[in-house]
Design a binder for this molecule. Structure first.
Ligand code: 8X3
Length: 249
């Protein structure tokens, strides 16, 4: 039987790295994202990857995607699509950005979970991974929209775990700290490369997307009676969200 793993937001960063690692570990990965051109590149880089266009903020897109999964044994769902879209104080922030951030990170994960969890229950097993953040564990200044969305995603995972008790579905919240990826800080800083670079300045060894992907691999390949509820992963230079050791140039 082919075991499928669905990874959302798989066109770059943590999602892409996770898709690759799961494919290397025997899963047939359905890498899903809006940017199909990037997914095509991924599928040429790594065998065992099927691709699908998906916008988790669009219920019709999620429904069409779910229909395409009929008869497939979905072992894993990684709710990874998301991101941060501002670095503003609450007072300076735009409510539209809060809505956008909530829609993609939280509601998108709810849509995907509602689409796939019933298939997992019917199949008799499954594992849902919610990619949250250390921002889901402690607030910080100028992070309000993202912090709120990630707290909500963590709550989604915690609620689901309770509601799915007695079913064969594992639920894991994975909370990475600073991860140096191509796009996260750029998206947060409206494409300003200088501001985005500052996020990682002086951190000799930030986490890489591959480090987080390895944590996903570990969680999902543990024996099926073992559930990692919540896993915080930080670079050693980040003792807490606000305490980052930076080396002066
Ligand atoms: C990203 C980590 O430190 O920017 O999820 O909140 S942080």
């Amino acid at each position: 039987m082919i075991k499928y793993a669905v990874v959302t937001g798989a066109s770059s960063g943590i999602g892409k790295a996770t898709a690759k690692v799961l494919a290397e570990n025997g899963y047939t990965v359905i890498a899903a994202a809006r940017r199909i051109d990037r997914l095509q590149e991924l599928a040429t880089e790594q065998s065992g990857i099927e691709i699908a266009e998906l916008d988790v903020t669009d219920q019709r897109s999620v429904d069409a995607f779910a229909n395409s999964l009929k008869d497939k044994h979905i072992a894993i769902l990684v709710n990874n699509a998301g991101g941060a879209f501002d670095a503003q104080s609450v007072l300076d922030s735009d409510p539209e950005v809060w809505s956008k951030t909530y829609e993609v990170n939280v509601v998108g994960s709810v849509r995907m979970t509602k689409a796939i969890a019933p298939m997992m229950i019917t199949q008799g097993h499954g594992h849902i991974v919610v990619m949250s953040s250390t921002a889901a564990h402690a607030a910080y200044e100028n992070g309000g929209s993202y912090v709120a969305a990630k707290f909500a995603e963590r709550s989604l995972a915690n609620t689901l775990r309770l509601e799915l008790s007695g079913t064969p579905i594992r639920v894991t919240e994975l909370a990475p700290g600073i991860v140096k990826t191509e796009e996260f800080a750029l998206n947060r800083n409206a494409g300003d490369l200088a501001k985005a670079s500052k996020v990682y300045e002086g951190i000799e060894f930030p986490l890489l997307a591959e480090d987080v992907a390895e944590a996903v691999r570990w969680c999902v390949t543990l024996p099926e009676h073992v559930n990692i509820d919540s896993l915080i992963v930080r670079p050693i230079a980040q003792a807490a969200n606000h305490k980052v050791h930076r080396v002066a140039k």
